[in-house]
Design a protein. Structure first.
Length: 422
């Protein structure tokens, strides 16, 4: 019996903690989660569901987070184990087919925090499935932690907090970021990494007996091999190739290096969905750009690289047409999650970000005058504190709840011989 208790605890801990972290990372970045969901919709040929990608991702992440809390806390185990089993069966099958048919390169199950290939995700899902099956089989044996209303109240409280977190992140800048444009990122170094010729190598493809192999220049095979072709491969960190900061001016020329290597602060107003922006926004942007110019900074307005978007913005709002640049939709949404938000780059480093509703002339004026290194350090520390304090608070509440329930309600279950102690 003791072995069973220890085993169930370990299985609950592994499964619950994984679900909590996975759900939490996605809840704090609902727009990024929506991008991942869009990729799945496109791969599954249900692209008509794309408008629902963000709310669907928020709902799925919330359910995942709540299942993790319930399993780890051992509350409402019957419902939690059934929901967890159904979810794992579905996603294990889904990731297997995605891995076999190369549907998506990365699963996005931990958002931008942890990058896993589809095969790695499939193996992870197999492990989680192996954890939830015994939990499901023994679901009726777990000892209740508290009366049913108290357990539901506990889960409801966590659900409301998680919902508030994801809604706040949607309408503002995510409180913590893990992508290529997070505060403190040195964009100059990233560009150097992917353009450094030392990170590229030419290999030669030769064929023999129907089998093809790659050879380097100093180890070419004998005459019994037939030359097929040559390829240039990237030998650096493959994650560097995910970085894309291709931005072009009205003439089609790249302005990326001009922005990154500028000796003045650069403000980039990213509008990845111009159709959702009202005229009042452009008036505020124009006012901010005048302030930035008077303070010695530079500004650009970035829109998706679609002629219709560029032309319509330039014609309707000529005040921003002179600094209008374009880039890939995913690049813009990676820079600033908020449609119409702002990213400040100084000396090639991401210094600060604002959502559409959080910036004005006074904000940009202060940012130009303040020391960029100090602002960057504050932003980096703030994100780290949010992450660490959130995780600490999450588990502190769990410990307190279990301790209080153990004192108040534990005695009524001590003599039970039909439950697995949690």
């Amino acid at each position: 019996m003791r072995f069973l208790r220890v085993l169930m605890f370990l299985l609950r801990f592994i499964f619950g903690l994984t679900f909590i972290l996975s759900g939490f990372f996605k809840l704090t970045d609902p727009v990024g989660t929506g991008l991942i969901v869009e990729e799945y919709f496109n791969t599954l040929h249900v692209g008509f569901l794309r408008p629902m990608a963000v709310p669907f991702g928020m709902m799925l992440s919330l359910i995942e987070f709540m299942i993790g809390i319930a399993v780890l806390m051992c509350v409402r185990m019957r419902a939690a184990s059934i929901a967890g089993l159904v979810m794992m069966l579905f996603f294990t099958v889904l990731t297997f087919f995605m891995a076999v048919f190369d549907g998506i390169e990365e699963c996005g199950c931990f958002g931008q925090a942890v990058h896993l290939t589809m095969w790695q995700t499939f193996y992870k899902n197999v492990v989680l499935l192996a954890c939830i099956i015994p939990i499901f089989l023994f679901r009726k044996k777990f000892r209740p932690v508290a009366p049913v209303p108290a357990e539901w109240a506990f889960l409801g409280t966590y659900g409301l907090l998680a919902l508030f977190c994801t809604v706040y992140s949607y309408y503002n800048i995510p409180p913590m970021e893990f992508g290529n444009y997070k505060v403190g990122t040195n964009l100059s170094m990233k560009l150097e990494d992917i353009t450094d010729t030392d990170n590229f190598e030419t290999v030669f493809v030769y064929e023999k007996d129907g089998r093809q192999e790659y050879f380097e220049l100093d180890s070419l095979p004998g005459t019994d091999w037939t030359y097929v072709s040559s390829q240039t491969i990237y030998t650096g960190d493959e994650r560097d190739l995910l970085f894309d900061m291709t931005l072009s001016g009205p003439d089609g020329e790249s302005v990326t290096e001009e922005i990154v290597n500028s000796d003045r602060p650069v403000f980039i107003f990213t509008v990845y969905k111009p159709s959702d922006i009202k005229s009042g926004y452009w008036e505020k942007v124009s006012e901010c750009m005048d302030t930035i110019s008077h303070r010695g900074g530079r500004s650009f307005v970035a829109v998706p690289v679609v002629d219709a978007n560029v032309d319509s913005v330039a014609v309707l709002y000529p005040g921003v047409g002179r600094v209008l640049i374009s880039g890939d939709y995913k690049t813009l949404i990676s820079m600033v999650r908020s449609n119409g938000g702002v990213m400040l780059v100084d000396d090639g480093i991401v210094v600060r970000k604002w959502s559409r509703w959080r910036f004005g002339p006074d904000d940009v004026a202060k940012s130009v005058e303040m020391d960029s290194e100090e602002v960057t350090a504050r932003g980096t520390i703030a994100q780290r504190l949010f992450y660490e304090s959130s995780i600490l608070l999450l588990f502190l509440i769990i410990i307190i709840f279990r301790y209080v329930c153990g004192i108040v309600y534990g005695k009524r279950y001590l003599n039970s011989k039909h439950h697995v102690r949690s």
